[in-house]
Design a protein around this ligand. Structure first.
Ligand code: SF4
Length: 357
């Protein structure tokens, strides 16, 4: 009985997803494992893990296992007279019936997803677009058919992969139900892109990003304030703004650089070869970049790494996943940056990366 339940409810999840998918309690569907590139010198994710693809049958099997858990929860809810509503009592009753679920991280994820309305899903891991188009379409169709309440399905993607895919293929993937892509731009500066081994040029970023938008995806581009350190901050700010203006994505999301243990950039930092920006210098770099932005995206600081304080001691920027609407709110963001420059001036001038570890 225990073994049968274990088999029936068995599915795989990965570790990482963007914070905006955590905030909306997305259902996590693992379509590949780890990162097929895995060389970026600032990145500590997936480092010890090997990339592998999963077959459509494996992924569809996971979707069916999740559907079986949802069905089990709904049945118990009805038995308890709750008419299909899911709450803690229902989850506990299901665990008592199938104790194998007691140690399942996936069960908690499904529970949170259901009680938050079962609206969004995220395809893991680092670059789902690397999957053959017909296979990804097959997976997406199965996912959408199995869970019709979904109103948004998102995934990570690499610019390089987007640039290489045919536009018809991207459109087919979008039509099959993948709505939003999260892309790690990091910087638009070619020298810095090469240094961090991003595996793409600024031109590749622009081509991939524009194709994603043309194919109908909502596009989130992530950039990394401070990535160039004291040596390269100006070119980093200017070229990142240039590339983002060209792409004109729907969202840009700030992920300030910090040296992550176990990465080549951490080693560089430890050896004194990388001079990080102080919080005030980070603000000045941010000002240089934001001043150049001339697009219609939403600018988001939706991560604790955006640690700068405002005059009242709280976070300087809103951490909303919808961020600030440009160009309308550009003056507001620039004003906040001025406030941040003044506040950080009165603080310790060296960056304290410990708060981020
Ligand atoms: S592509 Fe993304 S996940 Fe892969 S190494 Fe680079 S930053 Fe890390």
């Amino acid at each position: 009985m225990f073994a049968e339940a274990a088999r029936k409810y068995n599915f795989e999840t990965g570790i990482y997803r963007p914070p905006s998918e955590g905030g909306s309690y997305s259902l996590l569907i693992r379509v590949s494992r780890n990162c097929p590139w895995n060389r970026c010198t600032f990145c500590s994710m997936y480092k010890q893990e090997k990339f592998s693809l999963r077959t459509p049958d494996e992924v569809k099997g996971d979707i069916d296992a999740i559907a079986a858990i949802c069905k089990g929860l709904k049945t118990i809810s009805r038995e308890l007279g709750l008419g299909g509503e899911i709450n803690r009592d229902v989850a506990i009753a299901m665990i008592e019936r199938d104790p194998v679920l007691n140690t399942s991280q996936g069960f908690i994820m499904i529970y949170n997803w259901l009680i938050s309305g079962a609206k969004t899903a995220f395809l893991q891991d680092a670059n789902s677009l690397i999957i053959k188009t017909d296979q990804l379409v097959e997976i997406l169709k199965h996912l959408r058919k199995t869970f019709p309440t979904l109103n948004r399905v998102t995934s990570y993607a690499r610019s390089k992969t987007l640039a290489q895919k045919k536009i018809e293929e991207l459109k087919a993937i979008n039509r099959a139900g993948l709505d939003r892509l999260h892309v790690g731009l990091e910087t638009g500066d070619d020298i810095l892109l090469k240094k961090i081994k991003k595996g793409v040029t600024s031109e590749g970023h622009i081509k991939g990003g524009k194709k994603a938008v043309e194919a109908g995806f909502q596009l989130s581009e992530y950039w990394m304030p401070g990535l160039g350190g004291r040596k390269m901050w100006k070119a980093h700010a200017k070229n990142t703004a240039r590339v983002l203006n060209e792409i004109n994505p729907h969202y840009i999301r700030s992920r300030p650089f910090f040296p992550s243990p176990g990465t080549p950039l951490f080693e560089e930092h430890q050896a004194g070869e990388f001079q990080p920006l102080s919080p005030r210098e980070q603000m000045i770099e941010l000002k240089a970049m934001v001043e150049e932005l001339d697009f219609t995206a939403r600018v988001c600081f939706d991560h604790a790494g955006n640690h700068w304080s405002g005059k009242n001691g709280g976070y300087l920027f809103s951490q909303s996943y919808e961020g600030y609407k440009f160009p309308e709110q550009k003056p507001e963001v620039l004003q906040l940056i001025e406030e941040g420059i003044k506040v950080q001036k009165n603080m310790n001038s060296s960056p304290d990366f410990r708060v981020l570890l």
